[in-house]
Write a protein that binds this ligand. Structure first.
Ligand SMILES: C[S@@+](CC[C@H](N)C(=O)[O-])C[C@H]1O[C@@H](n2cnc3c(N)ncnc32)[C@H](O)[C@@H]1O
Length: 259
């Protein structure tokens, strides 16, 4: 019977996410929260009149791409970029944000809707570790933001509160599983987005640890308060602190580390 059911319909964001601008002071706060700088490539998903991408280029020297489904808004964005003198640094594409290759982004900004954010979440979690994501007002369910702040938004055209909530995430490295090092050293990691629980083992001694990933950087604390910091480099995990523990572990091929 199940096979006869149509696949779950995705929301039709082109119809469901209306064009509402992020006020200028909130745009600035979003870009500051993301820590945008000249080395960044910012992609605004549903770029409206282009203000976020144009501000990223004009105020922070970044490069940017705006993806927008409404042709007239794309034309307005291009004209505004030319007026702002940043046409060389930004691009506006008439495109469905769900069909956009996001892999070149170092920063993603969005002002969409909760269900659209949730539909985007799997693709965002696949981005390069360390990619920053900032969303105006809406979060992403149980992928808790790394930081949330509320800013006054007197020029906001919707809602009575005249405040905006900004959420920031950093795409975590994929660290889940077993990591094996020399002389019986191993780290077993259980990861839910950026939240991590781990069991560190050296010979027959074990320590339970917990903490979080900030992109590729794993920061854990043991129950006795012992910190452990490591960097996830794809198939290698380099323990950086405490220095006395300096060791490189490799991702296990199976359920156990070979003796
Ligand atoms: C709330 S507005 C935000 C505009 C701009 N990012 C800002 O913050 O000022 C959302 C924008 O997303 C656009 N949009 C909706 N669905 C889209 C889709 N599937 N692909 C690209 N753009 C889309 C809408 O046309 C609208 O301009």
């Amino acid at each position: 019977m199940l096979a006869l059911l149509p696949p779950p319909a995705r929301a039709q964001p082109g119809e469901e996410v209306p064009f509402i601008t992020t006020p200028d002071n909130v745009t600035l706060a979003m870009l500051q929260l993301a820590g945008v700088g000249p080395d960044d490539r910012v992609i605004d998903l549903g770029s409206g009149d282009g203000r976020i991408v144009i501000t990223a280029a004009r105020r922070f020297g970044a490069r940017g791409l705006g993806v927008e489904i409404v042709p007239d808004l794309v034309a307005r964005s291009r004209a505004a970029a030319a007026r702002a003198g940043v046409a060389e640094r930004v691009e506006f594409r008439e495109q469905d944000l769900f069909k956009t290759d996001l892999s070149a982004a170092t920063v993603i900004t969005m002002y969409l809707l909760p269900e659209v954010n949730l539909q985007l979440r799997p693709a965002l979690l696949q981005l390069a570790p360390g990619t920053r994501i900032v969303s105006h007002d809406w979060d992403m369910g149980d992928w808790w933001p790394d930081e949330t702040l509320t800013v006054d938004a007197p020029e906001k055209t919707i809602g009575l509160e005249k405040k905006s909530r900004l959420h920031r995430w950093v795409v975590p490295a994929r660290a889940d599983g077993l990591w094996c090092g020399p002389a019986g050293t191993q780290l077993r990691i259980s990861q839910r987005h950026q939240a991590v629980q781990a069991l560190w083992q050296r010979g027959d001694r074990q320590w339970a640890l917990q903490g979080r990933l900030d992109g590729r950087v794993l920061r854990l604390l043991g129950t006795a308060g012992t910190p452990l910091q490591a960097r996830v480099q794809d198939e290698r995990l380099v323990v950086e602190a405490p220095a006395t523990e300096a060791v490189t572990l490799a991702r296990a091929g199976g359920e156990r580390c070979s003796p």
